[in-house]
Design a protein around this ligand. Sequence first.
Ligand code: FE
Length: 346
Amino acid sequence: MKITRRVFMASGSAMAAVALGQFSRASAQTGVVNLYSARHYDTDDALYESFTRKTGIRVNLVEAEADQLIERIKSEGANSPADVLITVDAGRLWRAQEAGILQPFTSPRLKSSVPRSLQEPSGLWLGLSRRARVIMYHKDRVNPAELSTYEALADPKWRGRILVRSSTNVYNQSLTGSVLAALGPQRTEAWARGLVANFARAPQGGDSDQIRAVAAGAGDLAISNTYYLARLAKSDKPEDRAVAQKIGVFFPNQRDRGTHINISGGGVVKTAPNKEGAVKFLEHLVSPEAQAVFARGNNEYPVISGVPLDPVLVSYGNFKADEMNAAVYGRNNAEALRLMDRAGWR
Ligand code: FE
């Protein structure tokens, strides 16, 4: 079975309009679910195919960055063919919520199987996989006994030793949003200043680049989502595996609120021509069969229990996850960015 796939970019909106013309609302009443997704993993295709086998409902996929998808749905207005929106972080789901393009949905199955902290309280969106944002350290230069919390990364003993990407990155905004909810604005800003003072260099690149830089000796600690390290560990390239070998994973805040968790998640679009199909689709993604594939495709943690973890993730060990609701740090993203900017985290 083939997945109908349409990729569009903001600059190619004329072309996108043509492509999207095929996903008409009329043809999409019951037999089709139109999925707008910011996830770009090939393994997800298998999940769309198994959904079609199970329900007879076809999946049309539109892939782009989350902000483009949100803009697209806004501009399509009442005529939008979109049924489901999937993003790879809570901050973007919050933006979609703020843009008024999602509608609440109820599903007893979703409600009971997804942890409460990963469900937006009014039922507008929920988590489909979990991503732990951790401290990674160079095994030769850092004793993990020296590590404890995100807050402790502001300690002067780490001066010139920490690598993290830009504050414009939504993962950092969500992490800082979670610190904000835990510590309040003043202590969080003081923390951000201390952290910035400990940077090994001005932020550049993505999470993988921070890990590579630690391995290469540009610093001793990196803040990164675990799946980036798992990807290096499983790479076909020996040089990537050599990088991963040098790096240890430390789950912060195990003695208090737990390690910060972001989500890949989704919701039902307000104008969905096929709301029922959209809910069925989300239920499918949270089923045990689908969770194993959805989470493993990008080396993430599943949202339901009882799904076997990828062996690389197993090797990082168990950890206590922060149970702060994803909507809290999602909402805090904008304030977190302003605070990071004031603290000099660019
Ligand atoms: Fe990522």
